[in-house]
Ligand binder design. Sequence first.
Ligand SMILES: *Cc1c(COP(=O)(O)O)cnc(C)c1O
Ligand code: SF4
Length: 569
Amino acid sequence: MDKWQELIRDAITTPEKAGELLAVNAEELKEPIKKFPMRINSYYLGLIKKKGDSIWKQSVPDQEELNTSGMVDPLAEDEDMPVPGLTHRYPDRVLFYVTNVCAMYCRFCTRNRKVGNPASAVSSTQIQQGIEYIRSHPEVRDVILSGGDPLMLPDTRLEWIISQLRTIPHLELIRIGSRMPVTLPHRITPELVSMLKKYRPIHVNTHFNNTQEVTPEARQVCKLLLSAGITIGNQTVMLKGVNDKPHVMKQLMLDLISIGVKPYYVYQCDTTVGVEHFRTQISDSLKAMSGVKNFIGYLSTPYYVIDAPGGGGKIPIITKQVGKLGLEFMEVSSQEEVESVKANPKVRSVRITKDIDDPEFEQTVSMLRDFSKELIITVNSHAIVNNPTVITEEKADFFASMQPFWLNTAFSNAEQIEKTKPVLDMLEEKGVPLGNVTFLNGNETVQTMRKLVHELLKVGIKPYYIVANGENQQEKVKVGYRIIKSLRGFTSGLAVPHLMLDEGVKKTLLCPNYVVSHDDDKIVLNNYAGELYVYPEPVQDEGCFKPATKSLISESAEAKTGINVQLKI
Ligand SMILES: *Cc1c(COP(=O)(O)O)cnc(C)c1O
Ligand code: SF4
């Protein structure tokens, strides 16, 4: 038995043991854990600083879980299953349920109907069927291994699944949705990582919810994954009392970027039964997200989404974020300007506006790194696109030694990628996180951009931004909207960049508007396919669902969510 397996075996699962170790009333845990089991391993337990803190709230059962309002399967995942355990909702990607267990049972789990429930265990036949389904559906380019936590499977079993998937020629990307880097970093062993490395491109989507989780252990295993060329993204759920404050969310995003993890999505909490006490009012969520906007620079910014009740998919709800330079983010063009970074204690991230082939570039990076170990340094490089040989082995080593250092390539079409593959590989193998920024010229078509983003993902680069700057900004913004709208939902969310209007000191992130209306008790949303969905606001005293009002908009929204909706424009 490996260390991680022992830690799981010895986890707290009974009220008695919890009562002993946590100073809680064991009686009060009995009912909640009948509904959803408890499992707190000693690593995660060790992160608790005090009763009721963010780690405690995520792991220790609460009487509030007995509240019966909400939905059992809010995302209608079980309905969209062509074969058991495989949800095929979006055109080109599937969610593949490979296990029902986790290293820690998160009290807010959307899949609490299945997770930890022996009746939802996954059989070999089921996995085989899932693989065959993907094999016979050439439109599927992307699979997300999910659960439970796929990394609960022993290496041999996991390798069997992944190697089978890799025999499917049309499958481009394998994603693993795992909370192990957060809840039990011991699971990310060197053996696991070298196994995964053989099957790249592999992307790990993890789930940090609070800075208290960004520990030296977590940092170390993320580094291990990155240096095997495995990219890491993060999804966070907005949870009351855990991360629903602007400074907490901002700190979390910055901490993730510092460990090479790309903030991908932040979710409004689902309307799952037993999770009601974690839900925040949307206006409070937006306030918390406002903390993130000031450092948008050219760094990874998450999309704030509602996963539409009834199965409409993830819908972004923030249409505009304005960021100004000079708070947490600064641009530096010369060595002299390094002095202003030093003089401004608020700065957390710096973009160097020189390219990597500039003679002063490395010196500038070193000066910044000497000044601070934590400072996030980033650069947008055209040079690597135009002349890949600027990346020598020494340069790649230098970048690797300067972490947290993010290199953004500036590819504008898929054809440019081929000749840079060897240097991209080298950078990835050394653990340098890569993103891409495309500067729009206004003549892009949806087809060429679609091709570009998919090729980028195949070589392990996250498309971060498409940028409207310089001349003809309004035209470029229009093209940008068209591109985002044609990607969002239709293809992997990983492939969808942000649209940035860059006017120098002022940078604005723009997103198509999917919000139809928002009032006190609900938000009405259009999903990517133009269907209407409703997300109800939490109501503290009388359960989350308000009494029915007359429906004015959509029968289908009503049928899908079971909630009557009334449109207020
Ligand atoms: C979230 C999700 C995906 C992946 O969505 P991306 O936006 O590509 O990350 C795929 N299928 C289902 C059912 C999902 O819920
Ligand atoms: S790790 Fe994910 S699937 Fe497992 S309990 Fe936590 S939220 Fe649910």
